[in-house]
Design a protein around this ligand. Structure first.
Ligand code: F6P
Length: 322
């Protein structure tokens, strides 16, 4: 293997740059040439591929976003688009590819593997919904961003005696809501994986007031149905009776930005290095995840087969801690 390439794909997160840096620097250290593919699979199909050297990744360990850019690429889901991608890889003399991204990106990597191209994936998504890794790159920083927001909202909620529904990202996963809710001392956490009767939401707000709390914080995963707005709508006329007026804060894309925290920088460095070593050792078609405190390989097929579950024990704890 002489020349590898790296791409970031799908929704960005704060761990992508440290990951790119690790792939580039370990690759160069092992005597490889490293190419950067810009704008994910879209850039790959379009041949947007340029060499990376050690200076081109200087300083990026502390930066959010991705120097390579990212994109969602519907055309890559079609066989024609993928054939175009492999043609571009061959034309640039690339012998191996590291794909950094979430579920959709790793599914794309699996397709390339099935076409016979040597590929290794690194799980990197704030959603933390990928099998074969305890935690994906970018999750910890996003979680801390959410936690900072919860702490701040709690200040204003307490000043005004308000109930807040704070909506986190996560697509269909409740991981971010559950983890940030636990860490932020939320009164209730609403996750798509767990059914919560509407009556329980009312009871939580009511109990908070009766117990003399100055606020009620409910963390809502974006995938939870019927959704935060519906709760507000249904409680619109009951705010006086419940003792709290109700507000919604949707944290949105702020969760995906910012400087990567120490945990993500180290995780990204370890997984980036392990991914290049796996490619060189011929262990293609795998994802390098973080399991029991070390880098471990899981076939891409298993990694994307289904959504990782949230921890029911952690959810049970939320009910005791609130
Ligand atoms: O998968 C990452 C993620 O941030 C999800 O949590 C969210 O549902 C989605 O991407 C938002 O995507 P977009 O930035 O394309 O709106």
């Amino acid at each position: 293997m002489d020349r590898i390439a790296v791409l970031t794909s799908g929704g960005d997160n704060p761990g992508l740059n440290p990951c790119i840096r690790a792939v580039v620097r370990i690759g160069l250290h092992l005597g490889l040439q490293v190419m950067g593919i810009h704008r994910g699979y879209a850039g790959l199909m379009g041949g947007d591929i340029k060499p990376l050297d050690t200076r081109s990744v200087a300083g990026i360990i502390a930066k959010g976003g991705t120097i390579l850019g990212t994109a969602r690429a519907p055309r890559f889901r079609e066989a024609q688009g993928r054939r175009e991608a492999v043609r571009k890889l061959n034309r640039h003399g690339i012998d191996g590819l590291v794909v950094i991204g979430g579920n959709g990106s790793l599914t794309g990597a699996l397709e390339l593997h099935r076409m016979g191209f040597p590929v290794v994936g690194i799980p990197s998504t704030i959603d933390n919904d990928i099998n074969g890794t305890d935690i994906a790159v970018g999750v910890d920083t996003a979680l801390n961003t959410i936690l900072d927001a919860i702490d701040k909202i709690k200040d204003t909620a307490s000043s005004h005696n308000r109930a807040f529904l704070i909506e986190t990202m996560g697509r269909n996963s409740g991981y971010l809501a559950l983890s940030s809710g636990i860490a932020g001392g939320a009164e209730l956490i609403l996750c798509p994986e767990i059914e919560t009767p509407f009556e329980e939401i009312i009871k939580t707000i009511d109990d908070s007031y009766v117990q003399g709390k100055a606020h009620c914080i409910i963390v809502v995963a974006e995938g939870w149905r019927p959704g935060a707005d519906e709760v507000v709508e249904r409680l619109r006329d009951r705010q006086e009776e419940l003792g709290f007026s109700i507000r919604v804060t949707r944290l949105g894309h702020v969760q995906r930005g910012g400087a990567p925290l120490a945990f993500d920088r180290i995780l990204a460095t370890r997984l980036g290095a392990a991914a290049v070593r796996a490619l060189m050792d011929g262990k293609r078609g795998n994802m390098v995840g973080w399991v029991e405190s070390r880098a471990q390989l899981t076939p891409l097929e298993e990694a994307v087969a289904y959504q990782k579950e949230i921890d029911p024990e952690l959810y049970e704890l939320t009910q005791i801690m609130n």
